[in-house]
Write a protein that binds this ligand. Structure first.
Ligand code: ADP
Ligand code: MG
Length: 397
């Protein structure tokens, strides 16, 4: 177990600067925050720090600027949003490792926030440069990691900084993510259902491996299912298929046997913008059509498996949910997950696009936990470890 902000003593927090690595990697549109969910997810930690008399200094990456200043990736719009929505004055400074930033942290009055410019504007962030870690450490008297979605990265603002700054504790978001993913890792409540969709097998392989034995049913949808079906000899027309992964798919099907369940029917269309599709059995995909969602029969059988589960981990939309009407399969999965949750099942959904799909469909609060971390959640589920969490203080007990 790792220490969290709730374990800090008054002496460790009161009047002190808490350097908080947050995940404010949010989409921007026309210079404004387009989706504030990641910003809002940090509020419980910010409240806890402010309540304890701490002075929060926030740092985050946004996008992939590769060690150079990139205009469209400034966190300035986030500062504006945060000040208005969180309701505290926010000072914004850059570069994040500068003397200016250090002075601003020292001058920060109680009850206010300091937000630093994009950590990935700095060379050395992604290579976990030791000197940059040391310069980040000058910005706080203690360190808080609340950036779960960045915790699988050994970067200077996530890992390097902890070499020079203690206490180093988990924020409340990180703590909840770890608790919920640990609950899935430890769950022996059956039926245990693993549902996977989305596009790339490679991203999900470790989780498939980790739960291959324990899962009573492995439901495969989305473009992933196209690859499995094609590997099993079906003609998938113009569908998205990863032909380089056929051997992997065949190996998984062999080892999991009947527990792996592929779609029986698919919704096909000439392309993503068709606005309409028709349902065909998996044996009848026309040569020029793309499979963009699971069909009605599949929705029913996948839904039934999810409804009767006691443990669910679901990663990856089962259709091209960004283009209507191909969100229908994902919607019916979300409904089934909500029903299972209501009956007391542990239901955890993870992945960037999966989280977005559930939020857009109005199901963000209908499952036990909606993970904000894509790659981080998958890696933690598979291994029980992440560099950014290993680096934090162990709790004494
Ligand atoms: P997550 O981010 O939740 O881990 P992924 O990134 O693996 O999920 O996959 C999500 C993407 O997969 C979405 O953009 C979705 O539209 C796409 N997708 C799902 N099903 C299909 C399909 N049948 N054809 C093409 N793309 C699909
Ligand atoms: Mg994704």
């Amino acid at each position: 177990m790792k220490r969290s902000v709730e374990d800090l003593t008054p002496g460790e927090l009161e009047g002190r600067r808490a350097l908080v690595r947050v995940d404010y990697n949010v989409p921007l549109e026309d210079g404004a925050v387009a989706d504030p969910r990641r910003i809002r997810a940090s509020y419980p930690t910010l409240e806890a720090l402010l309540d304890g008399g701490g002075r929060p200094v926030l740092c985050s990456h946004l996008g992939r600027p590769r060690g150079r200043v990139e205009e469209g990736s400034s966190l300035a719009p986030v500062a504006t949003y945060l000040e208005e929505d969180f309701g505290r004055p926010v000072r914004f400074v850059g570069p994040a490792d500068s003397d200016r930033a250090r002075d601003a942290s020292e001058e920060l009055p109680e009850g206010r926030l300091l937000l630093l410019e994009n950590t990935r504007f700095l060379p050395g962030e992604t290579s976990n440069d030791a000197d940059l870690g040391r310069r980040f450490a000058r910005l706080g008297d203690l360190f808080v990691n609340d950036a779960f979605a960045a915790s699988h990265r050994a970067h200077a603002s996530v890992v390097g900084v902890t070499g020079y700054l203690r206490p180093a504790v988990a924020g409340l978001l990180v703590r909840r993510e770890v608790e919920m993913l640990d609950a899935v890792r430890r769950s022996r409540e059956h039926p245990f259902v693993l549902a996977v969709g989305g596009a790339k097998i490679g991203d999900k392989l470790r989780v498939l491996e980790a739960f291959l034995e324990r899962a009573d049913a492995i439901l495969v949808g989305g473009a992933m299912a196209n690859t499995f079906l094609a590997a099993a000899g079906k003609e998938l027309g113009a569908s998205r298929v990863e032909s380089g992964e056929f051997d992997t798919a065949r190996d998984l099907m062999e080892r999991a046997g009947a527990r792996i369940r592929l779609p029986e029917d698919l919704v096909v269309a000439p392309g993503p913008d068709a606005g309409d599709g028709r349902t065909v059995p998996v044996d009848d995909v026309p040569p020029d059509a793309m499979a963009l969602d699971v069909g009605q029969r599949t929705r029913e059988s996948f839904g039934a498996a999810v409804r009767e589960c006691r443990t669910l981990f679901w990663n990856g939309p089962v259709g091209l949910f960004e283009h209507s009407p191909f969100e229908q399969g994902t919607l019916s999965m979300a409904r089934a997950a909500a029903d299972a949750t209501e009956k007391g099942a542990l239901t955890v959904v993870g992945g960037g696009d999966s989280a977005r799909a559930l939020a857009e469909l109005g199901f963000q609060d209908a499952v036990t936990h909606l993970s904000t971390g894509g790659g981080a959640a998958l890696e933690y589920l598979a291994t029980g470890r992440l560099p950014g969490i290993d680096a934090l203080d162990d709790s004494p007990s």
